[in-house]
Design a protein around this ligand. Structure first.
Ligand code: ATP
Ligand code: MG
Length: 434
């Protein structure tokens, strides 16, 4: 039988062609990297062939080189944080004694198909990429580990992100009124905040959830930006191609007016607003604009920063929600009171100048990190100074989670393993909308 029919077309069913194809395929050299894998796949795996062992169980019992067993490698010391997407524990590495923070990823157990949360995948990807950025003001993701399936309690395996341990978070420190920072120490904290943010923005990453609870401080006084669950890479919009990112980001009290008004084409300016709120908090000790909902947040912003009008922010008219949420409301006539209100706490003129230019309604007029870091505030006396001496006097860690607990719970949170007791539902200042 001929390999082509009368019209000359190929007949793929022909024996000769099939034989040729097989010969060609067997002659083809297998790439080196596949050779071993293929062999392994062909080798019968006894546990996979055992019909009494489910594939799930076999998988749970395997060792994964890059995902060690949490229970073997780390011992839990205390629960230190409760976020929207996970609990955080202080733990000690069994072999080295090094302290780490374990962030447990909470899977949606009701709905197994939703699986690994998107925010955690994003967080891991970004933190891995940031490992190459030589900036000490970004928290280090050491590795990812897991727990095994426990047939006794039927508990599903868990995934934990392993971070370098930091002794405090800024919210926890600020809640404790006994801790008093000098102007030089506040400058040091603010400088490190903008330095970490500079590294992010220079690498085209937006944090999108700056707040004092997401800012960690080591006992040596090194500040670290943490919680990259909402972070994302950004691009500078070219020609007429606008970015269309979600505006359901940033914890409400730190959310800039453009996001509240529906902006989707945004960039680093959204983080600069949040960083301005955090910087002010170093003096006020409490978040400066605590709205109950988006509308209320906009009112609070206007009370402090003045009415949102096209005179102070010409492009505001282009935002979707501008008409619906603001126009015609008397609040838009508000005068800017930031200098007077924050000035009661922050008596330094140069510091106030930075805040004025960070908490600017028009995002285009906001300072960027480079301009803040170069500002005279950080280069005039008193110069930024180390916090190590002051923090070394503290005898316990301070976190938003532990400090916002009633006093009688605090000690047990610091001492006992949280694995042995149910987690109390103290979520601190969390009010995040996605
Ligand atoms: N590396 C660390 N060292 C010490 N404490 C940490 C560390 N990472 C996180 N924490 C503590 O755990 C808390 C929650 O962690 P994180 O913000 O990463 O979780 P989250 O679930 O995303 O939180 P949220 O939804 O509240 O923003 C932090 O506010 C901080 O107090
Ligand atoms: Mg957080």
């Amino acid at each position: 039988m001929s390999s082509s029919n009368r019209s000359g077309f190929y007949n793929p069913g022909s024996n000769r062609i099939r034989k040729e194809r097989t010969e060609r395929a067997t002659q083809r050299k297998q790439p080196q990297y596949l050779a071993g894998r293929d062999k392994a796949l062909r080798t019968p795996q006894p546990h996979l062939l055992d019909p009494t062992v489910s594939n799930d169980a076999a998988m749970h019992n395997r060792d994964f080189k890059y995902c060690p067993d949490r229970k073997k490698k780390y011992q839990t010391v205390a629960k230190i944080g409760q976020g929207t997407f996970g609990e955080v524990f202080k733990a000690r590495a069994t072999e080295t004694g090094r302290f780490v923070a374990l962030k447990k990823i909470i899977m949606d157990s009701e709905n197994r198909s939703s699986g690994f949360p998107m925010t955690s995948i994003r967080e891991i990807k970004i933190l891995n990429a940031l490992k190459d950025v030589p900036c000490e003001n970004i928290v280090e993701l050491i590795e990812i580990c897991r727990t095994r399936f426990d047939p006794r309690d039927g508990k599903r395996p868990e995934i934990h992100l392993v971070f370098e341990f930091c002794d405090h978070d800024l919210a926890g420190l600020l809640q404790n009124k006994k801790i008093v920072f000098s102007l030089g120490e506040k400058k040091q904290l603010a400088y490190q905040l903008f330095n970490g943010l500079y590294a992010l923005h220079a690498n085209k990453i937006l944090h999108r959830d700056l707040k004092s609870a997401n800012i960690l401080i080591t006992k040596k006084g090194v500040l670290k930006l943490a919680d990259f669950g909402l972070a994302r890479p950004f691009s500078v919009p070219k020609d007429n191609k606008e970015n269309r990112y979600t505006n359901r980001v940033v914890t409400l009290w730190y959310r800039p007016p453009e996001l509240l008004l529906g902006a989707r084409n945004y960039g680093p300016e959204i983080d600069m607003w949040g960083a301005g709120c955090v910087m002010a908090e170093l003096w006020t000790r409490t978040p400066i604009m605590q709205g109950n909902n988006e509308q209320d947040q906009l009112s609070k912003i206007q009370r402090l920063c003045g009415g949102i009008t096209p005179e102070v922010w010409s492009d505001v008219v282009k935002l979707n929600a501008y008409r619906g949420m603001l126009q015609g409301k008397p609040i838009t006539k508000e005068k800017r009171k930031l200098r007077g209100l924050v000035g009661r706490f922050l008596k330094d003129e140069k510091g106030l100048e930075i805040l004025e230019q960070l908490l600017t309604l028009d995002p285009e007029k906001r300072l960027d990190c480079e301009a803040v870091l170069d500002h005279e505030f950080f280069w005039s006396n008193p110069m930024p100074c180390s916090l190590e001496g002051m923090l070394s006097k503290l005898h316990k860690s301070m976190f938003d989670y532990t400090e916002s607990m009633p006093k009688n719970h605090q000690q047990s949170a610091q001492q006992h393993s949280a694995a042995n007791r149910p987690a109390p539902n103290f979520t601190g200042l969390v009010d995040r909308v996605f």
